[in-house]
Every structure is written in structure tokens, then in C-alpha cells.
Design a protein around this ligand. Sequence first.
Ligand code: GLA
Length: 700
Amino acid sequence: MSLQEFYRLDGGGDTLVFAGHGAAPLALIYWGPALPGGVDLATIAFAGASGVAHGMLDAGEAFDFFPESGRGFTGRPALALHRSNGDFITQCALQDVEAPAGGLNVVLHDRRAQIEVTQRLRMHASGVLSVDAELKNTGTTPLELQRFAPCALPLRHDEIMRFTGRWAYEWRAERIQLGAGLIDSENRTGRTSHHAPPFLIVGTRGFGDAHGDVLGMHLGWSGDSETLVERLRDGRVQAQLAPLLSPGEVVLSPGQTWTSPTLYAARSDCGLNGLSDRFHPFVRQEVLGGRLAGRVRPVHFNSWEALYFAHDLSRLKQLAGMAAEIGVERFVLDDGWFAGRGSDRAGLGDWRVDPQKYPDGLAPLADHVHALGMQFGLWVEPECANLDSDLLRAHPDWILGDKARAQPLGRGQYVLDLARADVFEAIFAQIDAVLQSCAIDYLKWDFNRDLTHAPSTAQTRAAYRLIDRLRAAHPGLEIEACASGGARADFEMLKRSERIWVSDCNDPFDRQRQQRAFSIFFPPEVMGAHVGPRTSHTTGRITAMETRALTALFGHMGVEADLSKLTERERAVLKDAIALHKRLRARLHGGRIVRLEHDDPGLIAFACADEAGQTVSVAQIDTPLYPQPAPLRLHGLKADAVYKVTLLTPSPALIAQMKRVPEWIRGAPFTALGAALCHSGLPLPVLRPGDIALLSVEAT
Ligand code: GLA
């Protein structure tokens, strides 16, 4: 194909326009609402016509979709590499642009550096752009790759929202106003990470849930990564999300290629809710490939916070009975079931059932669970092993990393070198045998150690291959992605799993905030959310069953507590909440999430919406600022439709908060015009910290 001056990419109501400046890589000059079919793209190119200030290189910053130092880009380049003779300059030129349906394949080459780069861009129907890039060594000597971002995105704004956190408090949204220079989050943990996951939002100053021009970005990658926003010295702003490569990690021999993880990006001019309106359908249709469509997400019981390592068959059977009785649909046996696993110091790597705890294997428990009408799931952590295991006693050399050096332990364990074929086969055979030993419908796949002494790419790709092979061998098996709670929440992992464990924190006060941030990129049906014990094991906070249950209700709901310790009242509240979750499930797991803003920062509100109406959750997680909560303005209702509004959670405690109690707070429905609910707002009851009001707003 001969080269053109402009290329356009359309999808999801957006158009992207790229300009070719002679032989240079393409520059993204427009990403906005869809342009009419025959528009003259040259009329967009004026943006590239600004002058060059004194003090800069004569042609200005060479800032395009694949910026390189060698072409006069002085910011962080997308590409850094070298050969042993010291050559490191690259000056890629545009060689070819193919335009398959909905995409562009941009081929760049540098004959002198002897490289070829192919950027593959796809604009999906949901409005999400995906970009990955392949580098080929076309030379005759080895090529060491140091940095390879699939692309650089030009940004129009400079307010950053990034996501950070720690174990048991993932998904803390942090706002930063970009000044000069670079804001860079690096993840060197070999997992998607708790503290620097590759998600980024940049938008107009003060952007919010329902307003602002924002760009949301994510690198679909579970290994080391780098997420950066940089103010270039000429004042423009770029974002890059890239794998973080260790020295010597990628050395391409002649003819060899290396492909980057995929970058996903979407634009919205109506704030964070608009981003979710693009990412959620994209996840449902493309990342999950539609495989959850029409499939009910079964309510879970998980044994971890009920029993930890103290497995006992008769207690487990009793818990299974109690779980089935309150409406649980899948019983997941967490850590502690395999040989030698009395604590987290031993046993990992030996995927044989503990003969003391389970003398007849897992089948009696699995059969019991199935007979109660539930599915049976099992926890595994195939990528790691304890030194105190038969596996590492027999094969100490299977530990990933330099054998001559001591490595810091993480949770008493090491990572296995899965890129080695013998290790991979042995672990596959063990897990495969477990899956064949009885009817197992589900695996919770955990990964509890940071990588410290090895680059992450080969290991991460081997872990993907292991999951893919097990899934192929066991069609129908579902997988939950977990890594010390939420350290593996990313689209590449979600391609091979059905659920993400968001956090080991089941404290509903913290969970409300975490789930709100998680829900920007991920739809609720993949968001593992559990009702934990009365006293949270991570925060020590004691919370009411109502608070816990109404927080877990909005994700892929589950229970993770000793059911025999519930009071009768707690059990009834939980059972009712599970029943309500099931009644609302089609809307919760198939509708839109609309996060709602309120004057009180201690109040977290959102709605799950479909054609018929909305279910609104209002959680007070801090002491209210004012005696009377301001009305909550809803979004997305039909202005001229009349809605029936019902408080689903009236209670004597709620009524006791007010000396004059309108009838709707006692549960009597009222009707309101959509325009009034969106502009004047929905009245709210007086709430105490921990109170959650659910309201149903249904078109009449
Ligand atoms: C990790 C997970 C928990 C639980 C434990 C079991 O911490 O995040 O949910 O499975 O491991 O050891």
C-alpha cells in the first residue's frame, strides 16, 4: 500500500486521525467524537502547524505515536536498545500502513539500526483502542532491548488519577496535578502489583464521575510495568504504559521478534462514568470474549476467613450445609487442603490432598457440596513452593533465580522457574491430576510472592501458558485471579479468568472505596466481593452484617466467614441480602455502573442501571458532615418518564435517626419525574457511619 498523508480509525462513536510527516512515524492529531465520512482530514492538521520556540531543536520535539531519541525527541522514548558495538541510535521511518477492518498496522523500519517495528492498532466497537507492537531484529548481531512501549499517547490535559495501594488496601485512587517533568509509577514485583498497577487516567482539571474530558489507559500485563505521564520540555504531555525490562532480559538474536503487552485506552467527555461505559462492554465482549454472557455468577462461600488452615471435613460439611441453606451456589475450599499445609511455611508445591485432613481425598467433600446443589472450587498457587516441600527437597534447582545467591523469602516461599519445560510439565501434571481426582468446577489461582531475582516476562508468559493449558484440558473450568488479594487485576489475566479477587480486605468501609475505583475499568460481575466476619481480620473494625452484605451485594457476591458463628439475626440479614442479590443479578451483572457525586465526601453512592430503571446504593462510610444529607442527583434517567422510588432497606434503626419520618423512609414507594430525580435529586434518609440505603428507581 502506498503511504498517505492521513489515516483515520473509527469505532465506538469516536474517530482517530493520524498524520504522516513524510517518512516519520505517524502522529495522532485527533481523537474525538466521530467525524463525518468524507471529511477532508487535511482540515484537522493545523494543530501540527505551531511554531518552534527558540532554544529547541530546529524542528521542535519529534513527538509522535512512537517517539525516539534519535529523531529529536528529548522526553522518555518509546524505544531503547543497543548492540554490542555500542549502537543505540534509532530513526524509524514509516515503511507501510495496512488498514484491516477497524485497525491500522503501522510498519516502521530503520535499515541502519536493522530493526522493524509493527504497531497494531485496533479501534473496538466499544470505543476502546488497543495497541500492541512487535520488534524484529533484522540484523546479524544480537540486539538488547531496554525499553519498548507499544506507543506514546499525546494528552490534552494534565490532571492525573493513578491507582496505588498495598496489601489489603488496593485501588486507592490518587490525584496529582502534573507540573514539569515526569510522574512515573514503576512496578518491579513480577505481579500486576498492589502499589503500581498499570492503570492511568488523565483529564481536565477537576474531572469527576460525570464531567470532564478524560483518557483512561491500561496495560494488559501481569509482570513488571511502568506507567508514566511526562510534561515534555516544550510543554506538551505524553503518557506511556510499558513493560519494565530488566538488564539483559530481552536479547533478540538475528531474525527474532518480541511483542509488547497490549495497551488499552478509551476517551470520554463525560468523566469517569463515560470511561466505564466503554471499558465495561469491552471487557464483556473482547477480554472475556462474551463467555460470561447469560451465565449466572454463582454466589460463593470461601473457607479462608472461616477456617484458615484448620481444615476439618465434618466442619466443612456442616459449613457447606449452612451455606446452601442461605443461598450459596459455589463452595470454594481455600488454602490448607494439601499435604503438609499446616501453616504458610510449608507444603506449597505438593499438590496432593492431605491424607490426615482428607483420608479419602477431596471427593467426599466435593460430592457433599454437589449434592447440596452447589459447585465445588479449590484454591491453588501453582507458581510457588515452600522450601519445606517434597517438591523443593527433590528439586531445589527449580527455584527461579540465581542458584548461587540467597533470595529474600516472601510469605515463606519461592517462585518456581516455570519457563523451564520440566518444571512447567511437572506442575501441570500435578494440578491436572488434582482436577481429575474429583469434580472440581473452579480454581482460585493465587500468587503470593514478589519476583526479586528474575526478570518477569518469561515467568509471566509461562504462567499464562500454564493456565491456558489447564483450561484447554478442562473445558468449563472457571478461574479466579488472586495474588495476595488484588495484586493480579489486569485484562491479560482476565482473558483467562472469570473473577478477580479485589482485596483481602473484607471491611466494608474500605471496600466501598476500593470497589468504586476498581469499577472504573472492570464490570461488577468479575469483582469478587465477600461478606467477611463481624470483626475484619485486616482492619479490626467491627461492622454490622447489613453493611457487609450490602457492600458485597454489588459485585460477584460471596461469603467468607464462619457461618456457625452468625447470630440468628445476622444469618437472616445475610440470607435476605443473597436473595436480593439474586433478584437484582441480571441488572447488577449486565447493566451500567453510574457512580454518583455527593457533597459529603464520606458518602459513597452509585447506581446500577438498565432500561427499566436503577438500583441505587448510598453508603455512609464516615460521620456525615451535616445533619441533613443533600439530595443525591441521579444520572441517566429519562427526563419525561415517571419513576417509582422505593427504599429497599427501611429499618427501625434508620427510622430512629429522624424525629419526622416521611412515609417513603418506612418503605412506602413514591413517584417522581426523571428530570426531578436528575436535577433536584433523590431525597436521602439521615444515615450513620456504616448505614447503607438501597433504593429502587423503576420506570412506571
Ligand atoms: C492469599 C489470598 C487469600 C487467601 C490466602 C490463602 O493471601 O489473597 O484470599 O487465599 O492467600 O493462603
